[in-house]
Design a binder for this molecule. Structure first.
Ligand SMILES: NC(=O)c1ccc[n+]([C@@H]2O[C@H](COP(=O)([O-])OP(=O)(O)OC[C@H]3O[C@@H](n4cnc5c(N)ncnc54)[C@H](O)[C@@H]3O)[C@@H](O)[C@H]2O)c1
Length: 462
């Protein structure tokens, strides 16, 4: 099928590349010329395991193209994905201006000769499906007005060119395993009341539903949830709100464990074996961050407020998380007492491993708080340190290897659970420190190994 993906960030680029890989002809559109230039040269603007390889092979096969020309993308696609960002506003609402700009732009280039499905892949507030339809129609009307002014003929009805439907198709990929998740989804959600649009979406996803590109092709087909627009939009928010709440729950349990002398890792194991609970998202640590959980939970709270309901549980999940994100500071104060004049090294900066994404990463809070308390902050991150992505970071010295990070530090805080941190030479690192203290903010390291290397080890809730 002919596909256009508008917005080539973590979601749009992965979607475009994977759809091209399974056999569709995809044009990816982005209004960032620099990014388009980079992608045309075969390079991925983001780090995501496996993405560059697939991007190059699909580009070479001629099934994947990049452009900044929205008109070309809209003309090409039978299915048009909107995958631009919806960052949070200071009020907690989603900023939908990028979605609006794209919807208006699509309208300005639509013609009635071919039916198109416009897909909301961006996470958008509930009710956005109908809103996008309205904005697309506004875009159509604006173009018609221009045509009439230029041609002088009587104004045609905008419905004459409104040969499209809107589908909500929320994305559940995880950064760091986005390609894997696209080929091995738990489910595909399609929200629309229009049968033709749903049929086209099912055809698009058929190779994924039949698991033709899955790691385990013997599994039964991927469940497809077909529902109305608002329910599909709500599914995305409810999924993220649930996962964020689950993490806040185990973090709260960890804080109680700390006080009563229990070990949260044992507690998580014990409750996670209960099939009603499950063992995922039960790792206590320094809180959730990233580009999705914080903004999606806030947006859902905001939507509830708009409709006269106070989402108390979700507000508490956020409050627990806000406290948790600086719990490493409390632990450092317990160990070092005064932080002024001390040097603290952060192992990891990104909000999770295998990504270069720093959006709303807990490391940013730590850097800010440590600076405020007069500590010097250094950091080593496998991606950020190597890729020169540290430009936007202030108040932190970026080191190029773990040993240089350890040099002269009064304590280390493990912030991101990168696999390579399991294999560091902690003895060498301990020797280079003024005071070998390790705060394991992800309960990730083997306590015995780190203690044997000479560290005083402090976990979360253990
Ligand atoms: N990142 C994730 O893990 C994830 C997972 C699921 C859902 N989502 C949702 O998907 C959406 C996209 O997220 P993301 O992380 O990929 O965003 P992103 O910020 O990484 O990428 C957005 C892209 O859109 C481009 N863009 C903005 N305005 C444009 C326009 N008018 N025309 C063309 N391109 C334009 C930007 O240049 C950028 O490349 C968001 O709504 C997000 O909540 C993200």
């Amino acid at each position: 099928m002919r596909v256009c993906v508008i917005g080539t960030g973590y979601v749009g680029l992965v979607t475009g590349v994977c759809l091209a890989h399974i056999g569709h002809h995809v044009i990816c559109v982005d209004n960032n010329e620099e990014k388009v230039k980079l992608m045309k040269s075969g390079q991925s603007p983001i780090y995501e395991p496996g993405l560059s390889e697939l991007m190059q092979s699909s580009s070479q096969s001629g099934r994947l193209e990049f452009t900044s020309d929205l008109a070309a993308g809209v003309n090409h696609g039978e299915i048009l994905f909107i995958a631009v960002g919806t960052p949070p506003l200071p009020t907690g609402e989603s900023d939908t201006r990028y979605v609006e700009a794209v919807a208006r732009g699509i309208g300005a280039h639509l013609d009635s000769s071919s039916y198109k499905v416009i897909v909301n892949k961006s996470t958008v507030p509930i009710g956005s499906g109908d809103w996008v339809r309205m904005i697309v129609l506004d875009g159509v009307a604006e173009r018609l007005k221009t045509l009439v002014t230029a041609g002088g003929s009587s104004e045609p009805s905008k419905d004459m060119v409104a040969n499209f439907d809107v589908v909500s198709n929320p994305e559940f990929l995880r950064e760091g395993s986005a390609v894997y998740d696209t080929f091995n989804p738990d489910r595909i959600v399609l929200g629309s009341n229009n049968q033709k649009a749903i049929a086209m979406m099912k055809e698009l996803y058929a190779p994924l539903v039949e698991r033709k590109f899955a790691q385990d092709q013997s599994l039964p087909p991927v469940p497809v949830v077909v529902t109305d627009l608002s329910s599909a939009e709500m599914i995305k928010y409810a999924a993220n709100a649930f996962l964020a709440t689950k993490i806040s729950f185990i973090n709260e349990v960890a804080n109680i464990c700390d006080r009563v002398g229990a070990d949260v890792t044992q507690v998580a194991k014990g409750i996670g074996l209960d099939s009603r609970i499950g063992d995922k998202f039960l790792q206590a640590g320094i809180g959730w961050g990233g580009s999705c959980f914080p903004k999606d939970v806030s947006a859902l709270i905001h939507t509830a407020d708009d409709y006269g309901y106070e989402a108390q549980l979700l507000k508490s999940a956020v409050e627990v998380n806000d406290r948790q994100r600086v719990i490493a500071i409390e632990k450092l104060q317990q160990e070092l007492k005064i932080l002024k004049g001390k040097t603290v090294g952060l192992l990891g900066l990104t909000f999770k491993p295998d990504t270069d994404d720093m959006r709303d990463a807990p490391a940013l809070n730590l850097i800010e708080q440590l600076n405020r308390l007069g500590a010097r902050v250094k950091a080593y991150d496998p991606i950020v340190s190597q890729s020169g992505l540290s430009h936007g970071l202030s108040g932190v010295i970026i080191e190029t290897n773990p040993e240089m990070l350890a040099d002269g530090c009064d304590a280390l805080v493990l912030v991101t659970d990168w696999q390579e941190f399991l294999k560091l030479d902690y003895s060498k690192m301990a020797q280079r420190m003024l005071n070998p203290v390790m705060i394991d903010g992800r309960n990730f390291l083997d306590r015995a190994t780190v203690e044997k290397a000479g560290f005083r080890f402090v976990g979360i809730g253990r």
